[in-house]
Write a protein that binds this ligand. Structure first.
Ligand code: SAH
Length: 219
């Protein structure tokens, strides 16, 4: 899927190849070369302005993070934050989550994060939801066996959909939170959307889901 880039924004992204990669960079299988340390890679699909990835990268220097975002203008916001921070364990990927297996080899990514993904409430838009089967296949293709997805949202409809979509796909749930901020979960890092929605008093839902190993006996 080709991205329609605004020329000024494309120029800005091109000026910072040490921080940003995109579709025509030959990255598949070569991600570790973009980081100072060879260590596990965690990917967020739909990073928005990137605060979650920036704070995670600061809190966990032993993990390499990739913030993936579709919208060029939003990618610029992540880039501006990373120019300030200059974190050695954060890269920005300007791309579409439906193309993950063009960007990553099997098991090149150790964990996938989805935060406050667009809910696409209309049934006819189901395929656009980042937890629909097409996207789950993409995550499975780039994660190791028994790879994990960690997902947060304020949207009950999307959360319900995701539970059943992942379950039908054969994933299992390590843990589910129906009110993350009033739970004993430690080390939560708030995203931009999370701060906005929780300030309105909305509960935050969270889940950790695991792909089943093919050799595992299905229950
Ligand atoms: N995770 C951020 C932003 C949530 S908004 C936060 O919690 O604050 C959802 C973001 O996902 C938007 O910036 C949107 O552009 C991006 N997005 C939606 N579909 C995408 C896709 N298929 N691939 C990559 N990014 C996508």
């Amino acid at each position: 899927m080709r991205l329609r880039n605004k020329p000024w924004a494309s120029d800005k992204l091109r000026e910072h190849p040490q921080y940003v990669v995109w579709e025509d960079d030959n990255v598949k299988g070569n991600w570790q070369k973009h980081f100072q340390q060879n260590q596990p890679i965690h990917l967020e699909v739909g990073s928005g302005k990137g605060r979650f990835m920036i704070e995670m990268a600061k809190a966990h220097p032993d993990i390499n993070y990739i913030a993936m975002e579709l919208q060029t203008s939003v990618v610029i916001s992540i880039l501006e934050a990373q120019i300030e921070e200059d974190l050695p364990n954060l890269m920005i990927l300007h791309g579409h989550g439906g193309d993950l297996d063009e960007y990553f080899e099997k098991a090149e990514v150790s964990q996938v994060y989805l935060n406050f993904s667009d809910p696409w409430p209309k049934t006819r838009h189901e395929k656009r939801r980042l937890t629909s089967p097409k996207f789950l296949t993409q995550y499975e293709n780039i994660l190791p066996d028994a790879g994990e997805i960690h997902f947060k949202t304020d949207n009950m409809g999307l959360f319900e959909y995701s539970l059943s979509s992942m379950s039908k796909y054969g994933m299992y749930f390590k843990q589910v939170w129906l009110d993350l901020h009033h739970s004993d979960f430690e080390g939560n890092i708030m995203t931009e959307y999370e701060e906005k929605f929780s300030a309105k008093g909305q509960p935050i839902y969270r889940l950790e889901a695991v792909f089943r190993n093919n050799n595992e006996i299905q229950i």
